[in-house]
Design a protein. Structure first.
Length: 131
């Protein structure tokens, strides 16, 4: 049994992948706070997921189906070159990065809780509901 065939676990996996990448991107932004002309990056997942669910082109037999792709194309890293926080061209705001990091940690913990709950329910069903 492949647990990722379950749509709930699949979405949790996508969320965890996005969260792990987001942590790396935030750390990179923070590490480059003093780099001249550095432009911060961010992970686009929720926006991509919304777009994917709005533009189905294949026939769906279940409401949870996406557009037929099972790769991580829902997760992308984008550069924010539209702003400059300082005169040296750098646009990293350390306070904002710390808020993003805390938000990402909360999201990661919520996803882990959901995954553990789903796995516990699956274990309960497999073992016949006992224990």
């Amino acid at each position: 049994m492949n647990i990722y065939n379950d749509s709930t676990m699949g979405f949790i996996k996508y969320g965890l992948d996005a969260s792990a990448l987001r942590e790396k991107v935030i750390a990179n932004n923070m590490a480059n706070i003093n780099t001249k002309n550095f432009k911060k990056s961010y992970v686009s997942f929720e926006e991509n997921l919304t777009k994917a669910t709005e533009s189905f082109s294949l026939k769906k037999t279940k409401s949870q189906h996406l557009s037929g792709s099972s790769d991580n194309s829902l997760i992308s890293v984008k550069e924010d070159s539209s702003t400059s926080m300082r005169s040296d061209g750098n646009n990293v705001d350390m306070d904002l990065e710390k808020v993003n990091q805390a938000t990402n940690t909360l999201m990661y913990n919520a996803l882990i809780t959901q995954a553990n709950s789903k796995l516990s329910m699956t274990k309960s069903v497999i073992s016949g509901g006992g224990n």
